[in-house]
Design a protein around this ligand. Structure first.
Ligand SMILES: Cc1cc2nc3c(=O)[nH]c(=O)nc-3n(C[C@H](O)[C@H](O)[C@H](O)COP(=O)(O)OP(=O)(O)OC[C@H]3O[C@@H](n4cnc5c(N)ncnc54)[C@H](O)[C@@H]3O)c2cc1C
Length: 290
């Protein structure tokens, strides 16, 4: 093969066949969903693997289902569900608005009509990941004939086999109010510098009962800010605690600086958003706005 040869594209119709093809060709093969990352790589003149294994012909990977599993209600979103569907699906908008908001802020309508949720997570630094982390998402993934289920939080931390296939994402139906903010160099159609998502539940004494905060953006691999969460838990949301929150965020969040944003800038943005949004959510809960 020469670098000018066109890639060989396979369109298997089962997970097993897709997995077998990728296993057979190893690093010479790549899975593709919406294909927008390959598009970016091609535009940059980067080499792309010779074998492209498209997942688009596998049935039922684009289903959105609201169901009861082990007595708990949850939403199951197939990995091949388009970003546009995540942004505009009435049930997602009504019950998981933070996911619609995150999806609607990615790229342009043309990209959102092509790219899918599994591709955004498979990308590793996708803007949906902080929202999914805050929603307590689980990942269903396929490897060697078996489907595994794992919290997204641990899934992204531990290395996975290169030939595993993302199948779906499960979102618990929780009584939690959330926010999502994407900060870029302009309002729309721009890569993120910082993305922050958060969600809280507050008890009758107005203390934080449950909290999740996740950050991503730029080239930073999204993650939860677990020490910050611990500090906020079991306390009221009060203005005089933000200085301490800023110190904890400084210790646990280390974004890589870019030509457009220093590490210090990204951190200050995260602190400001967390403080502003937590106070806003608390006020909305107390005044019964939500
Ligand atoms: C103009 C433009 C603007 C963009 N703006 C943004 C933005 O604002 N925010 C953002 O997050 N991203 C952005 N992107 C990057 C990218 O388009 C998105 O992250 C998109 O969601 C990727 O989805 P896809 O379906 O195209 O994935 P693909 O390109 O098909 O795949 C992405 C990666 O995931 C792997 N993969 C895909 N599906 C699976 C699966 N089921 N199992 C295992 N691995 C899988 C692929 O092998 C590949 O490594 C942009 C891209 C372009 C071209």
């Amino acid at each position: 093969m020469t670098t000018t040869d066109p890639p060989a594209v396979s369109s298997p119709v089962t997970l097993t066949e897709a997995w077998r093809l990728k296993t057979m060709h190893g690093s010479d093969a790549v899975y593709t969903a919406g294909g927008t990352i390959l598009q970016l790589q091609r535009e940059k003149g980067e080499d792309i693997p010779f074998h492209i294994v498209s997942l688009s012909a596998i049935p039922n990977l684009d289903k959105v289902d609201y169901l009861v599993r082990n007595g708990e209600r949850e939403l199951s979103i197939g990995a091949m569900t388009k970003l546009q569907e995540c942004a505009s699906h009435p049930l997602i908008q009504a019950k998981w608005p933070v996911l619609s908001e995150a999806a609607s802020r990615i790229a342009s309508p043309a990209v959102r009509n092509q790219a899918v949720i599994g591709g955004n997570v498979g990308y590793g630094i996708g803007d949906l990941v902080p929202a999914l982390l805050v929603l307590g998402a689980k990942v269903v993934w396929f490897h060697g004939g078996k489907e595994m289920v794992e919290p997204l939080r641990s899934f992204i931390r531990s290395p996975k086999p290169k030939n595993m296939i993302l199948v779906s994402f499960r979102l618990p139906d929780e009584e939690r109010i959330c926010f999502y903010r994407k900060v870029g160099r302009r309002e729309g159609f721009i890569p993120s510098v910082v993305t922050v998502a958060g969600g809280i539940e507050i008890d009758s004494d107005q203390n934080v009962k449950k909290v999740r905060i996740a950050v991503g953006g730029g080239g930073y691999q999204p993650r939860r800010l677990e020490r910050t969460e611990l500090f906020l838990r079991d306390h009221a949301i009060r203005r005089d605690r933000w200085e301490d929150v800023a110190k904890i965020i400084e210790e646990e969040y280390h974004p890589a600086p870019t030509p457009f944003a220093s590490e210090e800038y990204c951190r200050q943005v995260v602190v400001n958003i967390v403080a502003f949004e937590m106070e806003r959510l608390r006020n909305e809960l107390w005044t019964g706005g939500i």
